[in-house]
Ligand binder design. Structure first.
Ligand code: TRP
Length: 343
């Protein structure tokens, strides 16, 4: 019998890259310069999936109205930052039920002891010593499902999420050993060639974080130009007055890193240009650069948020694309486990 092979779909040659954001807090300049900006540059090089993890968000109590607004905002911010919704797969996690379905299966292949060792669980449950939900505990199984559903090769995540990626790899290995080594692709942490690690403006030894209780510690992508200027003016600097890039001057170094991430200039070029100048100059000029970067993203985000029906149509398209891929993986898992096919 002759078979026409030319009709077979050509698998994408591009590696699959996937990342997600929790729609529970506003994104910061650190999220933009450390992650989003890179993704925009990488989106044509990889087969990218980006989504808002609303199922993860409800592991702690959320206000329904706020959750919805933050989920739209996360998606709108991705687009405003330059993610092309037509070339990547952009969606909301809860729109693709396979995430919750695979998470259940993975819950049965991860152990209490492993989940109990997760730093994020220990931190979050220490902050909230009552009513710690089971969901908060099994959060990493859902994250593993997010990743394994799409045969992901690369996951660009920060330091705080590496442990979750490690457990994802352990679960994948474990199931591959039982059900066949071609069941899951083993994902790797992706470290971009140029990655900026932006620190808190109030404590430059810790990372700029969207959940920091001090609003002056972070520039949010929702901040007005005036707020940005004020926050940079108040940024903690170091003793002395020379603008040098060194371990001993983490505050100054952070401002230089911010400038470098925005302009692409090297830290050396930047410090050279500040020879003989004072901290005040560096602060003011960094503030202007940040305002010029955040301003257009903020304005475009607000514009997009005014038209939720457009966002809905993008999310619908994204979910359809994601579902096709996710359901193939889930079907394979179900079959190998021994479930009767749905027919
Ligand atoms: N846990 C991640 C965070 O808090 C968000 C996340 C959920 C994620 N699923 C993911 C990140 C899959 C990368 C891949 O930042």
């Amino acid at each position: 019998m002759t078979q026409i092979h030319s009709q077979a779909p050509v698998p994408s040659e591009k590696k699959v890259m996937l990342s997600a954001v929790q729609p529970s807090n506003r994104l910061t300049l650190g999220n933009y310069l450390g992650a989003l900006k890179n993704w925009v540059q990488l989106q044509s090089q990889f087969d990218c999936l980006f989504f808002a993890v609303d199922l993860h968000a409800v592991t702690v109590r959320q206000d329904p109205k706020e959750l919805k607004e933050q989920t739209y905002r996360a998606i709108a911010t991705y687009i405003a930052a330059g993610i092309d919704p037509n070339s990547v797969t952009l969606f909301a996690q809860s729109h693709v039920p396979q995430h919750a379905e695979l998470a259940w299966i993975l819950n049965c292949f991860v152990y209490m002891g492993e989940l109990g060792r997760m730093t994020q669980f220990k931190d979050k449950s220490a902050k909230q010593d009552q009513n710690i939900s089971v969901g908060l505990f099994t959060y990493p199984a859902l994250m593993a499902a997010d990743i394994l559903l799409y045969k992901t090769h690369l996951v660009p995540v920060g330091e705080d999420q590496k442990q979750h990626l490690e457990i994802t790899r352990d679960i994948a290995h474990r199931m591959n050993q039982i059900y066949g080594s071609d069941l899951f692709t083993i994902p790797e942490v992706y470290i971009p060639p140029v990655g900026a690690r932006i620190m808190s403006l109030q404590n430059p030894l810790s990372k700029m974080s969207k959940s920091d209780p001090d609003p002056n510690s972070a520039v949010y992508l929702t901040d007005s130009d005036d707020q940005i200027r004020k926050k940079l003016k108040r940024a903690v600097t170091d003793s002395g007055s020379d603008i040098v890039y060194s371990e001993e001057k983490p505050g100054i170094r952070n401002l230089i890193d911010i400038q470098s991430a925005i302009t692409g200039r090297s830290t050396q070029q930047i410090t050279d240009a500040y020879a003989g100048k004072q901290y005040g100059h560096l602060k003011v000029e960094t503030a202007e650069l940040v305002a010029a970067t955040v301003g257009p993203i903020r304005n475009r985000t607000e514009e997009l948020l005014r038209d939720t029906s457009y966002l809905d149509s993008l999310l619908k398209k994204g979910a359809e694309k994601a579902k096709t891929r996710a359901s193939n993986t889930l079907k394979d898992v179900y079959e190998r486990i021994g479930f009767i096919p749905r027919g």
